[in-house]
Design a protein around this ligand. Structure first.
Ligand code: D8F
Length: 315
């Protein structure tokens, strides 16, 4: 397989733009560049979806919540609680208007995107605590926003996918749980040097947007001590027992350094008796869902995901 022509052209434009090596850039500039990139490349927002700012009323620190409601929905709708990517330190709610509005429109789900606290100002465990607490909140209160708490999925992309996967592991077997986990190219381990993960080597040299250096930079922001990477709450792939987890959908590009950890997590989930599907888009790279303005494969993935989301909440 080779890169598809649109993905190749986009990578070529990233290369032309050059830019500073990520570990030389200050946090404010990194966040500005990230926001610009994601808002510019997302393409148009779906016009049949209402976008509103609300909040998650956690006791110590309420979190911003951005709600995408398809105008066609009547009554309580199935809902997806979403955690955005950006290496636990970048990204924000406006960056995801294009992909999440289209996912809401195509699925008929209400999507609630959580403005969890970001590192390095709020390192681990703050982002994860926010994800866990907002999930528990949604499982009891998403009805306040037109969602059906018995048909709740959680999900996220990249670092947000890590948070969603970890939350699924952290919820107790005795409490209410989401009906499924939707993981777009999640980081599934921050423990360095796992020899099983060949794609970290082949796709991580900086030619395909997300690099090993970028992951190391994000890890440095998120973790106050690199030894924390061995906690399953940081690296969900390291959890010894995956039995009883909610059904999972994983999506990756063939040129993503994170491809192999998704494949491995999917195979371990399957061995543990969890319903799982891993969709690979061979010709594209990390982050493709967010680049729908220039990549047709993003729209394809939104359609594929919407179909699986509807199936996850049936019966
Ligand atoms: C380019 C963003 C704008 C580059 C400065 C980029 C990331 C780094 C995103 C992770 C690490 C995600 N991650 O920044 O892709 O999840 O480890």
């Amino acid at each position: 397989m080779t890169l598809d022509p649109q993905s190749l052209t986009l990578l070529e434009s990233f290369r032309q733009a050059g830019g500073t090596a990520i570990d030389d850039i200050d946090m404010a500039s990194a966040r500005r560049d990230y926001d610009l990139l994601f808002t510019q490349l997302g393409g148009p927002v779906a016009d049949d979806v209402t976008i509103r700012m609300e909040g998650v009323p956690l006791v110590d620190h309420p979190l911003p919540l951005r709600i995408y409601r398809p105008q066609s929905v009547r009554g309580p709708a199935p809902a997806l609680l979403f955690f955005h990517g950006g290496g636990w330190s970048m990204g924000g709610l406006p960056c995801y208007d294009a992909p999440l509005s289209h996912l809401a429109a195509r699925s008929g789900f209400i999507i609630a995107s959580v403005g969890y606290r970001l590192a390095p100002e709020n390192p681990f465990p703050a982002p994860l605590e926010d994800a866990l607490n907002s999930t528990r909140w949604a499982l009891s209160r998403i009805g306040d926003h037109g969602g059906d708490p018995t048909r709740l999925l959680i999900g996220g992309d990249s670092a947000g996918g890590t948070l969603a996967a970890a939350v699924c592991q952290l919820l107790c077997p005795t409490e209410r749980r989401p009906r499924g986990q939707v993981l777009f190219y999640p980081v599934l381990t921050l423990a360095d040097g796992d020899p099983r993960l060949t794609s970290r080597q082949t796709n991580g040299n900086g030619e395909y947007f997300l690099s090993r250096e970028g992951i190391a930079w994000a890890k440095g922001n998120y973790l106050t001590d690199p030894g924390l990477a061995f906690l399953p709450a940081v690296s969900p792939l390291l959890a010894p027992d995956l039995r009883g987890l909610p059904p999972a959908l994983l999506l990756t590009g063939g040129y993503d350094p994170l491809h192999d950890e998704a494949a491995l997590y999917a195979s371990r989930l399957r061995d543990a008796g969890v319903a799982v599907e891993h969709l690979t888009y061979p010709g594209t790279f990390h982050g493709f869902l967010s680049f729908g303005g220039v990549l047709d494969i993003a729209g394809q993935a939104v359609g594929d995901t919407a179909e699986r989301m509807r199936r996850m909440v049936q019966t």
